[in-house]
Write a protein that binds this ligand. Structure first.
Ligand SMILES: Cc1cc2nc3c(=O)[nH]c(=O)nc-3n(C[C@H](O)[C@H](O)[C@H](O)COP(=O)(O)OP(=O)(O)OC[C@H]3O[C@@H](n4cnc5c(N)ncnc54)[C@H](O)[C@@H]3O)c2cc1C
Length: 422
């Protein structure tokens, strides 16, 4: 279980698309270097968290000490001030060492990324702007002090896919809000201090425009976590079910003003691909594992297998798939903006699909090329193979939904009526 080989592999330009040839900013280089300092330890701990299906609290303690709880909190409010692309690059490196840490850190970080400069560019009244400035400074202060924020949106209905309003309701009462509902797959359940939930304001005939984004304190009366957690992959995410029963919140709980979440969701589509770096990192790690295994660079592997042409061809195919995913990832993460063009929107969906599916394919190919011993739980590949299956299932952009939207979006222009099937 010695993950030391990752130190050399992470630094290798050939094995890591971040290391060379990319115009990284000094901040990006520094943050990636900080992850490398602790990454090998995370990779070691991953065996335990996966086996026990336990949350990587020790890694989150490291992230807190590194200042990463405020990674996307603006500098003027005490954070690191990383922008979208910087987060996406740094998160690939977190995923490289531990998929579950990257997956859960994404949930925490999105609560800051989505509410910082992104929101400033959206339409709001001056009153909403002032209230938002107050609210986010409250939430960011908590994050910087060590609070972990989760992001349970899924409800087991079509809501998280954007088909209809969320079933979790928010009723205005006594100058605050009362929430009722249920969220499934609440990653960080039991470890988060706040749960950033999407709910629907109780108005007649609500639409997605009535979605509210509220941070629910974990110790709220009426909040409970139920159900088991024994899944195939990403076991360290501890994504149990959250029940909200007459949970009372103040206006300060709002992570975005009324109507702003729906606006953000339609005008910033790239916000829904922030899990791609987790799986880009896992894909790179699985590829590196296969190289290390076949070269017998891994502790406990004594026989080299790299001389066989079948192995070489399999590695070439994995490398091509990996580079295709990296290329699309780099291009797409550079295209993050308000109101992207039609082709930029399409490319974002294609990127999400490509990364999630390529990650699963590369992990699967790595198991085949390395052979039976590599499937043992003493090696990280077995876990990566299981973790990789989760990427394509993440709403709102599951692999199927990406295909669905791409297919429609490519053949129909915006607002064009649908044809009847003949
Ligand atoms: C490890 C893990 C961690 C997670 N963490 C979180 C979290 O922190 N927060 C959170 O909100 N969710 C989280 N999820 C949940 C995830 O985003 C999905 O909501 C969940 O996997 C959906 O499961 P389901 O069986 O209810 O899917 P269903 O909604 O029943 O869908 C099943 C499949 O049908 C397809 N489908 C669904 N709707 C449509 C549609 N409208 N059009 C076309 N195809 C469709 C999709 O491909 C989907 O995968 C997590 C999931 C996993 C596995």
């Amino acid at each position: 279980m010695n993950s030391d080989y990752l130190r050399d592999y992470a630094a290798s330009a050939d094995a890591n698309a971040l290391a060379e040839g990319l115009p990284l900013t000094p901040l990006q280089k520094k943050l990636i270097g900080m992850v490398d300092e602790v990454g090998v330890q995370w990779a070691e701990r991953a065996f335990t968290h996966d086996r026990e299906a336990s949350f990587p609290q020790d890694n989150f303690n490291d992230l807190h000490h590194m200042g990463f709880f405020g990674l996307c909190v603006p500098e003027r409010l005490g954070g690191i001030g990383a922008d979208y692309r910087t987060y996406m690059l740094v998160a690939t490196r977190i995923g490289y060492y531990c998929g579950a840490t990257a997956n859960t850190f994404n949930m925490h970080n999105a609560n800051a990324l989505w509410t910082a400069s992104m929101v400033d560019a959206l339409d709001m009244t001056p009153e909403q702007r002032a209230q938002h400035e107050h609210n986010r400074s409250v939430h960011y202060t908590r994050m910087l002090a060590g609070s972990i924020y989760a992001q349970p949106f899924s409800e087991g209905s079509g809501a998280a896919a954007g088909r209809h309003p969320f079933g979790t309701s928010a009723v205005r009462r006594d100058g605050g809000w009362v929430l009722n509902g249920k969220k499934i797959f609440a990653s960080l359940s039991g470890s988060a201090h706040y749960y950033g939930v999407l709910c629907t304001e109780d108005v007649p005939n609500p639409t997605m425009a009535n979605t509210l984004f509220m941070a629910v304190p974990a110790d709220s009366p009426g909040l409970s976590i139920v159900g088991d957690w024994d899944p195939l992959g990403m076991r360290g995410t501890v994504s149990r079910t959250l029940l909200l029963n007459d949970v009372q919140l103040s206006d300060e709980a709002a992570l975005m003003p009324r109507g702003v979440y729906a606006q953000a969701a339609s005008r910033y589509p790239h916000m829904f691909m922030t899990l791609t770096p987790t799986y880009m990192g896992v894909a790179q790690a699985a590829y590196d594992f296969a190289v290390a295994y076949l070269r017998a660079d891994l502790p406990g592997v004594n026989v080299k297998r790299r001389m066989y042409p079948t192995k070489q061809i399999a590695m070439a195919e994995m490398y091509i798939k990996l580079q295709q995913a990296w290329s699309l990832f780099h291009r797409t993460t550079s295209e993050f903006k308000l109101d992207p063009s039609r082709s930029e929107r399409m490319r974002a969906l294609a990127c999400q699909y490509t990364v999630m599916e390529s990650c699963a394919d590369i992990c699967s190919a790595a198991v085949k090329v390395c052979g039976g011993q590599a499937m043992l739980k003493t090696f990280a590949l077995e876990r990566m193979f299981r973790d990789s299956r989760c990427g394509a299932l993440m709403l709102p952009w599951t692999a199927e939904i990406c295909l669905d939207r791409l297919g429609k979006g490519l053949l129909y222009n915006e607002g064009e009526p649908r044809d009847d099937a003949v």
